[in-house]
Design a binder for this molecule. Structure first.
Ligand SMILES: [Zn+2]
Length: 355
């Protein structure tokens, strides 16, 4: 059993912050920044051409954009400059996003508004400003996983949340506005378009075969071998058969689970080893830190839990040292991807990296 202690404290504006520690440390630091009211929830509009929801979050335009290190809001508080984390050290912290795209219900909005309900959180992977998830030691990666598991479990209890999305954007090329190693959690009051499609495919497969789709996919990857890039007893990492990005890697537990909250300790303990190998291979391909989006696909909170399997999807838009793949006409307007590289070739490049 991996021990992680959670301490819950309040931030200056009433937001919650959680410290996750492997040691039983007393966390009592007070966030003494002057009080400021929190933004009202944004609204949500339906695109009637597609039936998809769009969250309006204009207040996010004012958020910090690539501040210099001494004004990093995710560093611990070491001087007069109060950051989001009041303590002077931490291992892993999670707090509510200051400019959330989705937030708790408010009675201060006109009744005709469809509020963008949900919860957005920031997960800070380390108190060190430099580095990245892949460069953490294995024990600390495990603490981050404990935080993801805990937050997924708790946010799933909110009555207005349908789906919990844990993710990390890394690199300015994919829109990162803070360099400090961190990820985010978005939870939505609807099931996202991508998950809706995945649910349909997973349900159809399950009806036909009585097997979760991801279980069948993993069996095929193990048989084909050519797209597998790393594995251990409990996890497998592979470039999917129909990868859409030059470097796209899926990392899945070998035994089906719907979400992070359902991982057993043994499976969770085995994750950091494979995660680290995958991210080091990704950085090794061109010998430069690879910009990526790492997304945890989880079954929705209330539906599809026996058919949609947990997996971690890492996609990079870099296709060569000086070249990015942009989502252009076909991808952006039609959602039809054109892949510049054979997935087997991409897997071979990742496997060939000397660690
Ligand atoms: Zn920082």
């Amino acid at each position: 059993m991996t021990f992680v202690k959670r301490t819950e404290l309040q931030m200056f504006d009433g937001r919650q912050i959680f410290y996750y520690d492997r040691e039983s440390i007393a966390r009592t630091a007070i966030d003494s920044r002057p009080f400021e009211p929190r933004p009202l929830p944004g609204d949500m509009r339906e695109d009637i051409l597609t039936g998809e929801w769009v969250a309006m979050a204009a207040h996010r335009q004012a958020r910090a954009f690539l501040p210099p290190k001494e004004f990093c809001p995710l560093c611990p508080t070491k001087s007069d400059f109060g950051t989001e984390v009041a303590d002077s050290t931490f291992e892993v912290v999670v707090f509510e996003n200051r400019s959330p795209s989705f937030s708790a219900p408010s009675d201060q909005l006109p009744p005709e508004t469809i509020q963008a309900l949900g919860r957005c959180e920031v997960v800070v992977f380390s108190d060190q400003h430099e580095g990245s998830f892949g460069n953490l030691d294995l024990a600390q990666m495990r603490t981050v996983l404990s935080a993801w598991i805990d937050r997924t479990r708790e946010i799933s209890q909110l009555p207005y949340v349908e789906q919990v999305f844990v993710f990390e954007n890394r690199g300015e090329e994919v829109g990162v506005t803070l360099n400090h190693p961190h990820g985010q959690i978005y939870s939505y009051p609807f099931i996202t378009p991508r998950t809706t499609k995945m649910l349909q495919a997973a349900q159809a497969h399950f009806d036909k075969t009585k097997t979760p789709l991801l279980t069948s996919v993993i069996a095929r990857e193990i048989k084909d071998e050519v797209r597998v890039i790393a594995q251990n007893e409990h996890w497998i990492a592979y470039v999917p058969f129909a990868a859409r990005y030059p470097f796209e890697i899926h990392v899945a537990p070998k035994v089906f689970v719907p979400d992070l909250a359902e991982l057993t300790d043994a499976v969770a303990d085995a994750f950091p080893e494979v995660a680290k190998e995958v991210l080091l291979r990704l950085d090794g391909v061109f010998g430069i830190p690879m910009a990526y989006i790492a997304a945890w696909h989880q079954a929705p909170v209330r539906t599809g839990r026996d058919v949609l399997g947990l997996h971690w999807q890492i996609t990079s838009i870099r296709r060569a040292p000086g070249k990015l793949k942009y989502l252009a006409g076909s991808e952006a307007a039609m959602g039809a991807f054109i892949m510049d590289l054979e997935p087997e070739q991409s897997a071979a490049q990742l496997r060939d990296v000397q660690l």
